[in-house]
Design a protein around this ligand. Structure first.
Ligand SMILES: Nc1ncnc2c1ncn2[C@@H]1O[C@H](COP(=O)(O)OP(=O)(O)O)[C@@H](O)[C@H]1O
Ligand SMILES: O=c1ccn([C@@H]2O[C@H](COP(=O)(O)OP(=O)(O)O)[C@@H](O)[C@H]2O)c(=O)[nH]1
Ligand SMILES: [Mg+2]
Length: 236
C-alpha cells in the first residue's frame, strides 16, 4: 500500500533517518499520523509520486483518454466524479448534498472531494496517479495542495469546442443525473468561470499540456502518448 508504515530497526543510522525524513517531505501531509511517527519508525514508499491532473469541460473526453493512459502507461485512475457518485450510491452522510450539487452542475466542497481522493491515493499500490476532473476551482487546487501536500507533475487540458461537448454529453447514455441540456449549460458556465482559471494557473507554471480534443479517440490519444512517453524513463 502506498503509505503503509512499518517499524524500522532501532539500529538504523541517524543520517539514513535524516535522508528518509527529507524524502518523506512530499508525503507527509498525506498521512495524517505520519508526523507523530517521524520519531523513527517510518519506512518510505520506494517511489516518488507522479501526479497528473486531467482537466477539460464536460464531455471533452477526459475519462475516455484516462482509460487509454492506464492501459498504455500503467497509471491509477482516480475520477473525482466517480468517487462522488460512489458516495451517493453508498448513501453516505454527504450523499444527498453531493447529489444536489451534481444535479445543479455546481462544485462539491473541496474538503469532501479532497478527502475522497486522499483515501484512494493512500489505498493504492501505484505511485502514478491520474486525477480526472479535479481540481475544478482554484479553491479545489489550493485545498489539494494544502491537504495532500504535493503539486501535480503534469496537467492535461482537453480543449474541446462547446458544441461538441454538448453533443457528446447528450449521447453519453450512462444514466447520469447531470447529462441533460439544462445541467450541461450550467456546467459549461461553471467551467468557464471557475475551472479555466485553474488551467491558466498551470499554464503559467509551465505544467500544462493542451490537447486538441476533436477527432477520433485514437487520434486524440496520439497527442497524449508522447507526453507520458517523455516522462516514462524518469517516472518508472
Ligand atoms: N474523440 C471522441 N469523439 C467522439 N466521442 C467521444 C470521444 N471521446 C469520448 N467520446 C464520448 O463522449 C462522451 C464523453 O466522454 P467522456 O470520456 O465521458 O468525457 P468527460 O470525462 O470529459 O466528461 C462519452 O460518451 C464518450 O464515449
Ligand atoms: O472535483 C470535482 C469533480 C466533480 N464534481 C461534480 O461532479 C460532476 C461530474 O463530474 P465528472 O468529472 O464526472 O464529469 P465529466 O466532466 O467527466 O463529465 C461535476 O459537474 C460536479 O458537479 C465536483 O463537484 N468536484
Ligand atoms: Mg468524466
Amino acid at each position: 500500500m502506498w503509505r503503509r508504515v512499518a517499524s524500522l530497526s532501532s539500529s538504523i543510522s541517524s543520517s539514513f533517518l535524516a535522508q528518509t525524513a527529507s524524502r518523506l517531505n512530499t508525503w507527509e501531509s498525506l498521512t495524517t499520523g505520519i508526523a507523530q511517527q517521524a520519531k523513527g519508525v517510518i519506512a518510505p514508499k520506494e517511489k516518488t509520486p507522479f501526479i497528473t491532473f486531467v482537466l477539460g469541460g464536460p464531455g471533452s473526453g477526459k475519462g475516455t483518454q484516462c482509460i487509454k493512459i492506464v492501459e498504455t502507461f500503467g497509471f491509477a485512475h482516480l475520477s473525482a466524479g466517480d468517487l462522488l457518485r460512489r458516495e451517493i450510491a453508498s448513501k453516505s452522510a454527504d450523499g444527498a448534498m453531493i447529489l444536489n450539487t451534481i444535479k445543479e452542475g455546481k462544485i462539491v466542497p473541496s474538503q469532501v472531494t479532497v478527502k475522497l481522493i486522499q483515501k484512494e491515493m493512500e489505498l493504492s499500490d501505484n505511485h502514478k496517479f491520474l486525477i480526472d476532473g479535479f481540481p475544478r476551482t482554484e479553491e479545489n487546487r489550493v485545498s489539494f495542495e494544502r491537504i495532500i501536500g504535493v503539486e501535480p507533475n503534469v496537467v492535461l487540458f482537453f480543449d474541446c469546442p462547446e458544441e461538441e461537448m454538448v453533443k457528446r454529453v447528450l449521447n453519453r447514455n450512462e444514466g447520469r443525473v447531470d447529462d441533460n441540456l439544462e445541467t450541461i449549460k450550467k456546467r459549461l458556465t461553471v467551467f468557464q468561470a471557475l475551472s479555466l482559471p485553474v488551467i491558466n494557473y498551470y499554464s503559467e507554471k509551465g505544467k500544462l499540456y493542451t490537447i486538441k480534443a476533436i477527432g477520433t479517440e485514437d487520434e486524440i490519444f496520439e497527442q497524449v502518448r508522447p507526453i507520458f512517453a517523455a516522462f516514462e524513463q524518469t517516472v518508472g
